[in-house]
Design a protein around this ligand. Structure first.
Ligand code: CDP
Length: 225
């Protein structure tokens, strides 16, 4: 007999802890983790490589028609392929972050990415993180979480993450600026903006440890299944 497919949607702004928490939940439950932001990042990378302004909506609508983005799982890790090339290691730069937020305002871009996201969720149990998962991509998700945290705390987390990775040419102020820009851009766009679904559970992670957040979410999941 087939086991029921479950879907968990985790939305929220940059640095709220979505990816760390979603990864932990996916490994504890043995289900897929889909980082949807990586897909918008791959579109931005392609635009940057082709010298297309990420604010040029017409050019981006054209670009996305011929783009080939694939999400592949290797040893439990998500890899993103852009036109056949593994770009997983190239999509975390500040330029790509900013570009991703810009390309994500273009409806044609979103429609194409969402199609792929829904396809993955249609035959796999999944924990998906992003900005519009509970409101638009998977409106019938079994559990919906909206993660938030104070913007200064989010900037500190993102900055430390980058420093740990060995990135040296950044400042806390620049990271804060990037996050504030994206928060505004993501929340104010017309098509599928960042917002809390009316049936989502909001968790403010400012003063919470990762383990606490994971356990809180797992309790909701256990109550559901
Ligand atoms: O990891 P971080 O929160 O910094 O960003 P991300 O999740 O990789 O997303 C990068 C950008 O893609 C965001 O700033 C959003 O503009 C966009 N995005 C989106 O619009 N919808 C999603 N479902 C996921 C990301």
């Amino acid at each position: 007999m087939n086991k029921k497919i479950i879907s968990i949607a985790i939305d929220g702004p940059a640095g709220a802890g979505k990816s760390t928490i979603a990864k932990s939940i996916s490994s504890k439950l043995g289900i897929l983790y889909l980082d949807t932001g990586a897909m918008y990042r791959a579109v931005a990378l392609k635009a940057n490589r082709e010298n297309i302004d990420t604010k040029n909506k017409d050019e981006l609508s054209k670009l996305v028609k011929s783009i080939d983005i694939k999400v592949i799982y290797s040893h439990g890790e998500q890899k993103v392929y852009l036109d056949g090339e593994d770009v997983t290691a190239h999509i975390r730069t500040p330029e790509v972050s900013l570009g991703a937020s810009n390309v994500a305002t273009v409806p044609d871009v979103r429609i194409k990415m969402v199609e792929l996201q829904r396809e993955i969720a249609s035959d796999n149990s999944v924990v998906m993180d992003g900005r519009d998962i509970g409101t638009y991509v998977l409106p019938k998700a079994d559990v919906k979480i909206f993660l938030t945290a104070d913007v200064k705390e989010r900037a500190k987390r993102r900055y430390s993450e980058q420093v740990l990775k060995g990135v040296t040419n950044i400042t806390l102020e620049a990271v804060l600026e990037d996050i504030e820009y994206r928060d505004k851009n993501d929340s104010s766009r017309e098509f599928a903006p960042l917002s809390k679904a009316s049936d989502a559970i909001e968790i403010d992670t400012t003063n919470m440890k990762i383990e606490e957040v994971v356990n809180t979410i797992l309790e909701y999941v256990n109550n559901y299944v």
